[in-house]
Design a protein around this ligand. Structure first.
Ligand SMILES: [Fe+2]
Length: 387
């Protein structure tokens, strides 16, 4: 076995009802909190009330609420929340909600503690404009099971003026604590359950099959694939099934750790321009569209891993079966779509291709097969019509 490294400085508190512990844990970090969340779901599901109640019980009565996070969150949302954190001199930040809220909370930790704005910290191929050296403590409480943001160093942020979607990736961007309470995910409807669950699945698939090396990450990804294959269709059919919710929260977290070590690959790289130009496309929908086409292209590159993936999914141990295994799961959770069906214009495909090459060219090297510009355009063309 080749040597490897593993560093993951996030305390995980997992279990039904664990959200009630947020007050007790937050006391370590101070007495003034900024809660970063979206407009609706944390409020309607009762998650926000549970957090506020627990904070109050622990004597944390100074709580500022920023509820301006939207899907495909923007640099402007991060900057606005960071200004509030600075002005109000908050001690720590709680990210409560789906991946967008967690990503923004983590980015606010960096931006509010250092100079500059959110876009100064995203990773362009030549690096970020500024390097952070301070952060505020962050507690992440996911209300979806998909992103894995609660356990990794990434914040994916969009810039609507530049029409770019890039990642803040830094060791200061890890949350201090992840409180993963699967009961909070019960309020997701079938569609959101499927979209977020497929995000977790693609994290596992891409980290497992790409060319980076980390055996712990591979083991996490294999377990995650097995769980999602079994439990995502159940969670989609029966949103109140708490066992399915527990298994999905667990597997999304494992996949979130796997990508922290091995990153993602071409499916994610090609999805980012799509939702950067069309913010109404949910990340998981974009992934579901691109995944079969990209897997069909990739599986000759790391055929041993793809054969193993097919086997884990219950198919014959052959790389050529990987696409069938993937399509089978997508069909079971009603996510067989095309870019055209979501309202993407055909003339955008060229710009998407340029964006991939300009913004993510270096990341293409860990993809199982390094694609040419023509390959990328051709994959977008197939995804436009649907696999
Ligand atoms: Fe993702």
């Amino acid at each position: 076995m080749k040597g490897f490294e593993f560093y993951l400085p996030v305390e995980i508190i997992f279990g039904l009802g664990s959200v009630k512990r947020v007050g007790e844990i937050a006391r370590r970090f101070g007495f003034k909190a900024l809660i970063v969340t979206g407009k609706k779901s944390a409020k309607e599901s009762g998650a926000l009330d549970q957090v506020l109640g627990s904070l109050e019980e622990a004597g944390i009565r100074e709580v500022i609420l920023f509820d301006g996070v939207e899907p495909n969150p923007t640099d402007k949302q991060v900057n606005t929340a960071s200004d509030i954190a600075v002005r109000e001199k908050v001690d720590f930040i709680i990210g409560l909600g789906g991946g967008s809220s967690l990503d923004v909370a983590k980015a606010v930790s960096i931006v509010s503690s250092n100079e500059g704005y959110a876009w100064d910290y995203v990773s362009y191929p030549e690096g970020s404009r500024l390097i952070p050296f301070l952060n505020r403590p962050v507690i992440c409480i996911p209300t979806t099971a998909g992103t894995g943001s609660e356990v990794n160093r990434y914040s994916v942020i969009s810039n609507p003026i530049r029409k770019e979607k890039l990642v803040i990736s830094h060791s200061l961007n890890y949350p201090k604590v992840a409180i993963v309470d699967p009961a909070l995910t019960k309020s997701m409807d079938a569609k959101l359950t499927a979209i977020t669950g497929i995000d977790a699945f693609i994290h596992a698939l891409e980290s497992f099959t790409n060319r980076a090396y980390n055996p712990i990450a591979d083991d996490l990804a294999i377990r995650s694939i097995k769980i999602i294959r079994e439990w995502l269709p159940i969670a989609v059919e029966d949103p109140q099934n708490i066992k399915a919710r527990e298994m999905m929260s667990y597997s999304a977290m494992l996949a979130g750790m796997a990508i922290d070590k091995k990153r993602v690959a071409l499916i994610h790289i090609m999805e980012h321009p799509v939702s950067a130009h069309y913010p109404f496309v949910a990340h998981g929908e974009g992934l579901a569209i691109l995944a079969p086409v990209v897997t069909d292209f990739n599986c000759r590159g790391n055929s041993e891993k793809y054969a193993l993936f097919a086997e884990i999914m219950g198919y014959e141990k052959k790389a050529s079966k990987a696409v069938n295994a993937l399509m089978d799961l997508l069909e079971r959770v009603n996510l067989t779509l095309s870019l055209k069906s979501l309202g993407v214009k055909r003339e955008s495909l060229e710009r998407f291709t340029e964006d991939v090459l300009m913004l993510s060219g270096a990341s293409l090297k860990i993809n199982p097969v390094e694609p040419s510009p023509e390959d990328i355009y051709h994959i977008y063309e197939k995804a436009y019509e649907g696999f």
